[in-house]
Design a protein around this ligand. Sequence first.
Ligand code: SAM
Length: 228
Amino acid sequence: MSTFYIVATPIGNLEDITLRAIRILKEVDLVLCEDTRVTKRLFERHSISTASMSYHAQSGEAKVDLILEKIEEGKNIALVTDAGTPGISDPGSVLVSKVREKFNDLILSGDLKIVSIPGPSALLSALSIAGVPTHEFVFLGFLPHKKGRETLFREIAESDRTVVFYESTHRILKTLESLKKINKKVTIARELTKIFEEVLQGSAEEILKILTDTPEKQRGEFVVIVSN
Ligand code: SAM
């Protein structure tokens, strides 16, 4: 019997990892990482010396086949991504789907388990400190850059639910410009758990002014929340 662990890792602060995650990362035969340099820092911080191999969005069929072979051999494997919970807006879900597809019989017979080791996710961290309605929310991942973008903003404007999405430093101003046309509360959570962690809440116009007046606040990783 083998186990494929999907392990959540920190979204910035290297202390944000569970005891179980550290134990599993030490015990498995192999850790699949989105970027081995990022995971190396985590391994050094927690004295983990398990063998690692890269698996990322550009990994081709040959890499996937190699991983599937190792699972078939009975190896215990853990998957981590650069930040947070694998599978949430990162390449994790594609691999999990391939494992489920190929080994459905082994999973049904209990000879292969796919196990979640829960932990941080930028989405939930941001929602937990925003103070907005969360009994229902819609998560959009990364917004499309071009096609479908305006339609999404119209849907956000009309939604009764809190809407959450991820945004990069390159597009945060553009996104706030689009949100200016929508009369809703906007929260941006930047660099959560890191040195320059900051949450700004107000109208899109107010936040845009703060970011334009202080360009260093445009840097880093963002979660954007739009609520009623
Ligand atoms: N799987 C991750 C998770 O569970 O949150 C998300 C991966 S996605 C490729 C990366 C995006 O998540 C970033 O571009 C940013 O929008 C958001 N993100 C990740 N870490 C963050 C942080 N510390 N603060 C704010 N947003 C963050």
